[in-house]
Design a protein around this ligand. Structure first.
Ligand code: MRU
Length: 354
């Protein structure tokens, strides 16, 4: 596996991070529109509007965004530069608070800055170069991470397996290949010929717009279903395993992922179907003790009532609850597969391990 399944990466930038190019994921699958980002404001807008999305891709663009923003720093001292970076990071991380990857990537960028500079040792040009280099390293590490997840997960799957995934934890959501979808790409390349069932993923339709798009573009066998059809598919015996991504894994193995993930896990337990969560080690947050401690992003109700319809599909002024993520309890998860290894219940991601 070395080629991007759809021919381009979701986040691209030059070695000096003077700009960032993304595929605008809100325009898919009908239009492949590329956007160039030059400022932090444009970057935050793209993250908030889900033009770029998916936990690892948000981590990569956060790193590139910090390097890009630093190029406009006009101060002279170490302490001014530190303050500039802290404020920039705060703005980017708060754009989507649930996924831990933005925090992880910005901690890495900040550590790099603090390791190289101090009160009486600061050089703007060197700092700009080092930050841009680190962003590139983070992107290449993310690509390697996807490949390792694919290699670790594939032995759990058999040729001809009928798989279900959810939301989009694929090429578009990462630097390349994906987390939940990477073993599918690797297996298909080796002749496993998987059948993949993709629920639409209301309300933003990442399943139908993005996962169905990238899998079918790669030549995979894809069947699209509505979210409320998953339990029936499982009852019919049509699903051999479920593979999903994750936005944050708590110390006890509870997982935050796209709203609707936990319903699939409950159904999978009932029908005795393996439920696998796939993600990079950087998605593990040992400082978050359980799912109860994860902040769940709530989004505008318009996404439910208006976004995809010509006419409004709910009464005016109806109360709306639109959480973007939910928590899957760790005991429902058959295994958590990372770029390092396969973890089994009971999970304990202590700080020393990660
Ligand atoms: O709101 P989104 O589209 O960013 O939600 C994405 C998901 O829930 C993914 O499953 C998760 O980020 C893992 S991506 C490899």
């Amino acid at each position: 596996m070395n080629r991007a399944p759809i021919g381009y990466d979701s986040v691209e930038f030059p070695p000096d991070c003077s700009w960032i190019k993304i595929i605008d994921q809100t325009q898919l699958p009908t239009r492949e529109v590329f956007l160039y980002i030059y400022t932090v404001e444009e970057l935050i807008d793209s993250i908030k509007k889900l033009k770029v999305r998916g936990a690892p891709a948000i981590g990569v663009i956060t790193a590139a965004g910090i390097a890009m923003a630093f190029r406009s720093f006009t101060g002279k001292s170490y302490s001014q530069a530190l303050e500039f970076l802290i404020q920039t990071i705060k703005l980017i991380v708060n754009a989507r608070p649930t996924a831990v990857n933005a925090k992880w990537a910005s901690n890495r960028m900040l550590k790099l800055f603090q390791n190289h500079f101090s009160d009486n040792k600061f050089n703007f040009d060197l700092c700009a170069i080092l930050l841009a280099k680190e962003a590139l390293i983070i992107k290449s590490a993310d690509i390697k991470m996807s490949l390792s997840i694919a290699q670790n997960a594939l032995p759990l799957l058999k040729k001809g397996f009928r798989l279900m995934t959810y939301c989009n934890a694929g090429h578009l959501a990462t630097a390349r290949f994906g987390t939940a979808l990477s073993p599918i790409y690797l297996g298909n390349e080796k002749g496993y010929a998987f059948d993949i069932f993709v629920p639409e993923t209301r309300p933003l339709l990442q399943g139908s717009r993005l996962t169905a798009f990238e899998l079918s573009k790669s030549g995979a066998n894809v069947t699209l279903v509505c979210d409320n059809m998953s339990s029936y598919l499982m009852k019919l015996g049509k699903i051999d395993a479920i593979l999903v991504g994750c936005d944050r894994i708590a110390k006890n193995g509870d997982v935050a992922n796209k709203i609707g993930t936990s319903a699939l896990a409950v159904q999978a337990k009932h029908y005795n179907i393996p439920f696998y969560v796939l993600g990079p080690e950087s998605t593990i947050d040992p400082n978050t003790l359980s799912g109860n401690d994860i902040i769940i992003e709530e989004r505008d109700g318009v996404e439910i009532t208006d976004l995809w319809y010509k006419n409004k599909m709910a009464p005016n002024n109806i109360d709306i609850f639109n959480p973007s993520f939910d928590i899957t309890d760790s005991e429902l998860i058959t295994a958590i597969i990372t770029n390092k290894k396969i973890y089994n219940f009971p999970y304990d991601f202590s700080i020393e391990d990660n």
